[in-house]
Design a protein around this ligand. Structure first.
Ligand SMILES: *Cc1c(COP(=O)(O)O)cnc(C)c1O
Length: 407
């Protein structure tokens, strides 16, 4: 066993300012739905360049809210790339809709327009209402081509941007747009789980530029209720004889959820958001260092392919390993690295291979996702890593594969 500090594949960075921000809320008048929620939402919307942000209790809650706001339900379906976290697909099942899995590029893991087109062709007569592009690892796909195809088929575009806070997209023919700004999508969702770019403990957000979607998201986050007198429909219950709204009154138009984010969480989120650019910049520096050092392990080890037109915000540092040529299995390599104090992970087992989805939709062949999955390995990446930590990972990887990393 190594005595060196264990390097997990990802972790949060909390400083004294974050601690002070949270304790200030704990000593104040509001623990939930107070000024910090609103302040976080305004700052977050500004940070990604969107008109509205709705803070909520997790990225998964954010995904569920998008399906509700988009009015996706029983008899409907959405296209989801198979290479993503469970929640991107599951949110459609929560509302009774089906999932059509799309394949992805074998080298980037991203769903491109051609994969979306193939998924739509396979969907038969299912009524597809939305597509959920996923910005895997912090890179984005060709969003303009996906947007164009979605418009042709009348689909809403809902980005799962959990990996890509701080990334931007710049197609040849348009200016640079931040992920979450809604330049190519109707809604985008983010997670503030500690492993993500900024941490809230648990937390999430939806961004949109559409006022109707915004109102629906806000209502469904809070039990489906409204206190807006202009929206009241039961006049006899809502208003007194003089026509004034009763002070106790609220109405529920449809059953929603308690997906609120607390002031405690939003205070942490607000404090973390102030460091977003520094976090993203540090992640880029570390990723470039990995790229340089791991070049010596090519072709056994290769950083995942980069997409044109994207300024990535690396959430994960993923390499593709030729395990057959290296003569070592992924499980063995992961155990050897763990013994050397290095945490790794696999992102992700394609969702169409999960027992639940295999039972529901039968076996499917999605060869791009299969090829990506067979080779991928996530190495440690988080802002508090030292340059020497990256060197240590590259060295250990080289030793396990019996080749030496470069200078
Ligand atoms: C983390 C993540 C989620 C879920 O977010 P939670 O805040 O953990 O609920 C959804 N999609 C992707 C791609 C993620 O990485």
């Amino acid at each position: 066993m190594s005595t060196a500090r264990f390097l997990p594949y990802g972790r949060h960075s909390i400083d004294d300012a974050d601690v002070a921000a949270v304790t200030e809320v704990l000593r104040g008048d509001w623990l939930t739905t107070g000024p910090k929620v609103k302040a976080f939402e305004e700052a977050f919307a500004a940070a990604v360049g969107a008109r509205y942000a709705v803070a909520c209790s997790s990225g998964t809650a954010a995904l569920h809210l998008t399906a509700l706001a988009a009015d996706i339900g029983v008899g409907d379906a959405a296209v989801v790339p198979t290479l993503t976290f469970l929640a991107t697909a599951n949110c459609n099942r929560y509302v009774g809709a089906e999932v059509v899995f799309s394949d992805v590029d074998p080298d980037t893991g991203l769903m491109e327009a051609e994969h979306l087109e193939a998924a739509l062709a396979r969907a038969g007569d299912r009524r597809i209402l939305a597509v959920y592009p996923v910005h895997l690892n912090g890179q984005c796909a060709e969003l303009n081509a996906i947007r164009e195809l979605a418009e042709k088929h009348g689909l809403m575009v809902i980005e799962d941007a959990c990996h890509a806070l701080g990334a931007s997209y710049r197609p040849d023919d348009a200016g640079e747009a931040k992920i979450g700004a809604g330049a190519f999508a109707d809604m985008a969702i983010f997670s503030f789980h500690p492993v993500k770019t900024i941490a809230m403990g648990e937390g999430g957000a939806v961004t949109t530029n559409d006022e109707v979607l915004y109102r629906r998201l806000m209502r469904m986050r809070n039990h489906g209720m409204t206190r807006d007198a202009e929206a009241f429909t039961s006049a006899d219950l809502a208003f007194d004889a003089e026509g004034a709204a009763n002070p106790w009154y609220y109405e529920m138009a449809e059953p929603g959820f308690n997906y609120r984010a607390s002031d405690i969480h939003c205070a942490l989120g607000l404090s973390q958001l102030a460091k977003l650019e520094a976090f993203v910049a540090r992640r880029r520096v570390l990723a470039e260092r990995y790229d340089r050092l791991l070049a010596a392990l090519a072709p056994l080890v290769q950083p995942i392919a980069r997409t044109p037109g994207c300024t990535p915000a690396w959430h994960l540092y993923v390499v593709h390993v030729d395990f057959a040529a290296a003569g070592v299995s992924r499980a063995t390599l992961m155990r050897q690295l763990r013994d050397a104090g290095i945490g790794t992970q696999v992102h992700y087992l394609p969702l169409h291979m999960q027992p639940y989805y295999r039972r529901r939709y039968g076996p499917q062949e999605l060869p791009g996702a299969q090829t990506y999955y067979d080779r991928c390995l996530t190495l440690p990446l988080y802002p508090a890593m030292a340059d020497s930590d990256v060197d240590r990972v590259a060295e250990a990887l080289g030793q396990c594969l019996k080749t030496r990393p470069g200078p």
